[in-house]
Design a protein around this ligand. Structure first.
Ligand code: SF4
Length: 725
């Protein structure tokens, strides 16, 4: 019996995800061997390779030329025209530096240098934006994957999983990742889909496998567990993408599925299964999940652990299933666990961590528990300290009064460095209305206790819970500013009405009305709604955006809010909280933009074009097009432009200027260029000198050219200066 477990893209490539390591360890405990494939990290490895970027450049070029050869560009096409134009230059630059960025992010010495770190992360993000452009209007980043016109309908899902124009995964599956799975000739392939970003890439590989193999294709994970009603009514999903779906917790049902397929038994006795039985979709009974204490330590065998984008291995760990509180009105996290809470015995938890440390040399763990209570943390810390554990970890907690100074100190001493805490609001009425079970005093106490112990506090909040007023929302934002020495980073959003939340189940109680369930958007898990009292979602969004803009401007260390969990933990396993804050405190010095070059320019000087700039002759006036803000169609007009890829500025130049720039070939001196222009245009040397010098000064001031053989030291320009579009 051959079983392959797949974790499909798109998910964070900084560490492996826990779902298939838990399932594979469970199957192995019952005597079944498994092959694990993290297609997510394999995909990123391809997207971030120089070869792929080069092929994306070619793809962007082809798409650009198709538009450039048109007589006229529609409003929609104009946006693409600009994006492709800029993308071509960017691809050339990123192609040259992506390997270095990938090496730096995985190298400890460079990783801890915040400038190297930021530079590498920027390059990696830019590299992914090149793939996005090649598949416009697709957006791929380290933490998300979206296709603009995918509206969560099944009809769009059918299109997106075979559309090679917009789906970047089809090509890499066909070229690289599909064949090794097909060659294994598996009897069963299980694909774990736990996030909405995985729906298209996950079902794309499912569809290809269904075409290329005779394997039974099964989908597991939380997303389709929430879509049982859709699965039961859409038979075509089973004929195109998969043979069955396991809902809720997967261990017992998967083991049964393996046994049933091995023994060719009727699938009707596999629990938690939805499958096509003849002509109709059938659903089996839900079984009691396996107790967490009966599960083995997760197994990461077969994972390419050196490919994750971190200098040190960071593994996820789950010490409990479900939430011990489980009362917050906006939350539906416990749905997948049948609203139960199942904590693992503390000794087993510490034993697991030690095993993972010994087996994989891993000392950094991100706890994936919904939240760990004070009493459980007390026992966990004692056990870690008593067993002389060497781990560093982060975990989610609630603002519970039990997190005293004494306990926070103990937690720090046991290796925990970061708390992720759902504050949601700092207003007592709103906290009580959403049934959060905490109040402002406990928030203030706990951030004080944990930060004094040396623990980094990352606080989550959201604006626009039904009935929340602007004044109440501002109370939340105020605390982030006034307590910024104790709230070290934060993540803010606006309220989302989740399909399985208590608010959605009892909207009247929360003054929510007209929940807009669009029947066409079968796969949608969040709904729009109307509200009579308090902030609308748009108002909350506006308030949040202006707050974030302001806080970013006023606080240079705000960037720590966007550093991924895995990387923050690695930093905090070496540095104290205050060290990290100090790393970013670089004063901003405004430069005088205009520089006069007469002292540096003489006839022997050689001007050269900067590497990040290129001259293009294209069929549309791109500067006009941008100024127009893509408002009306535009007709073709031959245009010369210089594009500065670093500053993203586009300079329109006339034919004479282009002729001069073409002469700046690293060989011609300023004197040579002036001579050639005088001859070419039949003008005097004096006139040519005046015209050329005027142009050279413009080019130098706009950082388009540099002086190769200057004896003086040329001052750097403020890159924001310049006349441009
Ligand atoms: S928000 Fe957190 S504490 Fe509240 S129910 Fe959800 S998981 Fe539990």
């Amino acid at each position: 019996m051959k079983t392959v477990l797949i974790f499909p893209p798109q998910w964070s490539p900084l560490q492996p995800y826990l779902s298939i390591p838990s399932l594979s360890a469970y199957l192995e405990m019952h005597g079944y061997s498994v092959v694990q494939k993290d297609l997510n990290i394999e995909s990123y490895d391809i997207f971030l390779s120089p070869e792929h970027i080069l092929s994306m450049k070619q793809k962007i070029k082809e798409r650009f030329e198709l538009l450039d050869n048109k007589e006229r560009l529609s409003v929609k096409e104009q946006e693409k025209f600009v994006a492709f134009f800029m993308g071509m230059s960017k691809a050339s630059r990123i192609h040259e530096c992506i390997s270095e960025a990938m090496t730096l992010i995985k190298n400890e010495d460079n990783f801890y240098n915040i400038n190297d770190y930021n530079k590498s992360m920027n390059t990696i993000n830019e590299a992914l934006s090149i793939t996005s452009l090649a598949y416009f209007p697709t957006n791929l980043s380290l933490f998300s994957f979206t296709i603009d016109n995918f509206d969560y309908s099944i009809s769009e899902l059918f299109k997106a999983t075979i559309d090679e124009e917009i789906n970047p995964y089809i090509q890499i599956y066909k070229d690289n990742l599909l064949k090794p799975i097909v060659n294994l000739k598996p009897d069963l392939v299980c694909i774990s889909i736990i996030g909405t970003e995985q729906i298209i890439p996950g079902l794309t590989i499912a569809r290809l496998l269904k075409l290329e193999t005779d394997s039974h294709i099964n989908i597991g994970g939380s997303i389709f567990s929430r879509l049982v009603d859709v699965l039961l009514s859409r038979k075509e999903l089973f004929t195109t993408f998969f043979d069955s779906v396991i809902t809720l917790e997967g261990e017992k049902p998967l083991l049964e599925l393996v046994k049933h397929i091995e023994n060719k038994k009727d699938l009707k006795s596999v629990p938690n299964l939805i499958f096509l039985d003849g002509e109709s979709v059938c659903k089996t009974d839900i079984s009691r999940p396996e107790r967490i204490d009966n599960l083995p330590t997760p197994s990461f065998e077969g994972f390419p652990l050196d490919k994750y984008l971190s200098p040190l291995l960071v593994l996820p760990y789950l010490s409990s299933r479900g939430c011990y509180f489980n009362k917050c009105a906006f939350c539906d996290h416990s749905y997948i666990y049948g609203n139960r809470y199942d904590p693992r015995d503390i000794k087993k938890v510490v034993d697991d961590l030690n095993k993972l440390t010994n087996k994989y040399g891993c000392h950094h763990f991100t706890f994936s528990d919904e939240c760990i209570s004070p009493s459980r943390f007390d026992k966990l810390s004692d056990e870690l300290i008593n067993t002389k554990s060497t781990i560093f970890a982060n975990a989610d907690i609630r603002f519970e009064k039990g997190f005293t100074s004494e306990l926070c100190n103990k937690i720090y001493n046991s290796g925990f460095r970061v708390f992720y805490i759902g504050m949601e609001s700092a207003n007592n009425r709103v906290l009580s209305f959403m049934n959060k079970g905490i109040d402002k005093d406990s928030i203030l106490n706990i951030i004080s206790n944990s930060s004094s112990a040396g623990i980094w506090n990352h606080v989550f909040y959201f604006l626009g819970f039904p009935t929340e007023t602007e004044t109440e929302a501002e109370e939340t934002l105020d605390i982030l500013i006034s307590k910024k020495d104790q709230i070290h980073s934060s993540g803010g959003s606006t309220f989302l009405l989740g399909k399985d939340s208590k608010v959605a189940h009892n909207p009247k109680k929360y003054s929510v009305k007209n929940i807009k369930i669009d029947q066409k958007k079968d796969l949608e898990l969040w709904y729009n709604y109307d509200i009579d009292v308090g902030l609308s979602n748009e108002m909350a969004q506006r308030l949040l955006s202006s707050f974030k803009e302001q806080i970013e401007k006023d606080n240079c260390d705000y960037c720590w809010s966007s550093i991924p969990r895995e990387h923050l933990l690695i930093y905090l396993s070496r540095y104290r909280v205050s060290d990290l804050k100090d790393m970013i405190k670089i004063p901003y010095i405004k430069q005088d933009p205009r520089i006069y070059y007469n002292d540096y320019l003489n006839d022997n000087a050689i001007l050269y074009m900067h590497k990040h700039l290129a001259v293009h002759t294209i069929n549309f006036d791109i500067t006009e097009l941008i100024n127009n803000k893509f408002n009306s169609p535009i007709v073709s007009e031959l245009t010369n432009v210089v594009y500065n890829e670093k500053s993203k500025k586009i300079f329109k130049i006339n034919n004479s200027a282009k002729k001069v720039i073409d002469l700046l070939d690293n060989v011609n001196t300023v004197g040579d260029v002036i001579n050639k222009i005088a001859i070419n245009y039949g003008i005097s040397l004096k006139e040519a000198r005046i015209k050329c010098n005027r142009l050279f000064t413009e080019l130098l001031n706009n950082d388009i050219v540099g002086i190769a053989n200057s004896t003086g030291s040329i001052p750097r320009l403020d890159p924001t200066f310049g006349r441009s579009t």
